[in-house]
Write a protein that binds this ligand. Structure first.
Ligand SMILES: [Fe+2]
Length: 211
C-alpha cells in the first residue's frame, strides 16, 4: 500500500464503515496530525461565502469551483498526505492534478521559472517567503494556494499566469465519491480542487492530515 501511494501519488480504499477503520488505515501511512484548527478529523461541507470561516476556501469561493491548491500551504512544510473520506455517495467529485503533468506541459523557460518562483505566504500569524517548488530531502514540495500566496519575483509573476491557464487546460483525475470511499493523496505532488456545487447537495467529507 505504501509503495502504491509513493509511486502513484494517491490511493483509494472502498467500504470503510467506521471511524476506527478510517484512522487505522491512515496510521499505516504516517502520523496523524491535527489541522491547525485543532481537529484530528475535519468535516468539510459546501458553504456559501457568508456562512464560511474567514480565510477558508469557502469564504473566498462559496459554492463555486475551488481553484487547484495545496492543503496547508500556510505551514512551513505543507502536510505530506491528505486523506478524504466520504460516508455517503455524492455527485461532486474531488479533482486531482499531478504536478509532474503540469511540468510536462511547460517549455524550458517556464520550467526554470518553476524552480525560481518566490511567493509571499500570508497568514494571520505568520508571513514568510517560499519557493513555489521547494527541494526537500530527496523530493520536491509543490506549494500553491492563491488564497494565501502572492507571486513576488519576476519568475513567480510570469509562471502564475501560465499555471492558471494550465490548470484549466489539463484534464484532472476525478475522484467520484461513493459510500465508504477513502482517498489518500500526496499533497507534495498533487494539487486538488472541487467543482462548483449545488446548494442542495449533501456532500460531507472527513479530512485527515498525515505526516
Ligand atoms: Fe483543499
Amino acid at each position: 500500500m505504501k509503495s502504491t501511494l509513493q509511486n502513484k501519488g494517491w490511493i483509494e480504499f472502498q467500504d470503510i464503515n467506521s471511524e476506527k477503520q478510517l484512522i487505522e488505515i491512515c496510521e499505516n501511512f504516517g502520523k496523524i496530525i491535527p489541522h491547525p484548527n485543532g481537529n484530528l478529523i475535519d468535516i468539510l461541507t459546501p458553504k456559501e461565502s457568508k456562512d464560511a470561516k474567514s480565510l477558508s476556501f469557502s469564504k473566498n469561493f462559496g459554492l463555486n469551483k475551488f481553484p487547484f491548491h495545496t492543503d496547508t500551504a500556510f505551514l512551513n512544510n505543507p502536510v505530506k498526505y491528505m486523506a478524504l473520506f466520504s460516508e455517503e455517495t455524492n455527485d461532486c467529485p474531488t479533482l486531482l492534478l499531478n504536478f509532474s503533468s503540469v511540468l510536462d506541459n511547460l517549455d524550458e523557460t517556464y520550467k526554470k521559472d518553476i524552480f525560481k518562483a518566490i511567493y509571499g505566504v500570508q497568514t494571520p500569524n505568520n508571513n514568510f517567503l517560499s519557493l513555489l517548488y521547494k527541494p526537500f530531502q530527496s523530493e520536491f514540495i509543490i506549494r500553491y494556494d492563491e488564497c494565501c500566496m502572492k507571486p513576488l519575483n519576476k519568475s513567480a509573476k510570469r509562471i502564475d499566469v501560465v499555471l492558471k491557464k494550465i490548470f484549466i487546460d489539463l484534464t484532472p483525475i476525478e475522484i467520484n465519491w461513493t459510500k465508504g470511499k477513502l482517498v489518500i493523496v500526496d499533497n507534495w505532488k498533487f494539487l486538488h480542487s472541487r467543482n462548483a456545487v449545488n446548494s442542495s447537495i449533501n456532500r460531507k467529507l472527513k479530512r485527515i492530515y498525515i505526516n
